[in-house]
Design a protein around this ligand. Structure first.
Ligand SMILES: Nc1ncnc2c1ncn2[C@@H]1O[C@H](COP(=O)(O)OP(=O)(O)OP(=O)(O)O)[C@@H](O)[C@H]1O
Ligand SMILES: [Mg+2]
Length: 165
């Protein structure tokens, strides 16, 4: 890894998160892994679904994007590369990660992974980590703070360019 990059941004509504996901989707290619950290209801699936729907719209293949809560992974045949959406919350054994084909997909596809703490030793070092936090305020119930971290050369420009103004 070269230099590390870290940035924090406030997302006042689900639409802001959707806009960021749409913008970021345009810069993704095979081998990109985005790890989505944060508690239940923090907005990980909302981000992943928005990003997948943006790529589907571009590829002309709009289908449902269910949460992979029980299937652990859902794959999407879109351009520029197959997308793997994983939710590892219910992973029963670390061996399953390899069995699901996820480690191979880290190299070949675009991967969006909820509950990445389950990855242990398989944590991909070139990944972008997005940590979601629910911001509790009396007037705005729906705010989220997202902290980004990853390799500077790989991610800084793409993340900053994708932030909604
Ligand atoms: N700024 C925001 N960004 C993202 N989601 C938001 C925001 N504000 C509110 N929400 C809402 O929060 C909810 C997040 O649910 P979501 O299923 O994405 O959570 P999750 O992190 O995937 O939870 P789980 O750990 O159960 O999978 C959605 O209903 C979404 O609309
Ligand atoms: Mg989820």
């Amino acid at each position: 890894m070269s230099q590390a990059f870290s940035h924090q941004a406030l997302f006042p509504s689900p639409d802001h998160t959707r806009k960021f996901a749409e913008n970021l989707s345009a810069s993704l290619h095979s081998g990109d892994v985005i790890l989505l950290e944060g508690g239940i209801g923090a907005g990980k699936t909302h981000f992943a679904r928005s990003l997948i729907q943006a790529l589907q719209a571009k590829s002309g293949r709009v289908e449902d994007v269910p949460s992979p809560t029980f299937t652990l992974v859902q794959t999407y045949d879109v351009e520029p590369s197959e997308v793997w959406h994983a939710d590892l919350y219910r992973l029963s054994h670390p061996d399953e990660i390899e069995e699901l084909g996820l480690t191979q997909a880290f190299d070949d596809g675009i991967c969006l992974v909820e509950w990445p703490d389950r990855l242990g030793d398989l944590w991909p070092e070139n990944a972008l980590l997005m940590s979601f936090e629910i911001e509790e305020t009396s007037d705005h119930q729906d705010q989220r703070v997202i902290t980004y971290s990853g390799d500077k050369d790989l991610w800084q420009r793409r993340v900053l360019d994708a932030l909604p103004s």
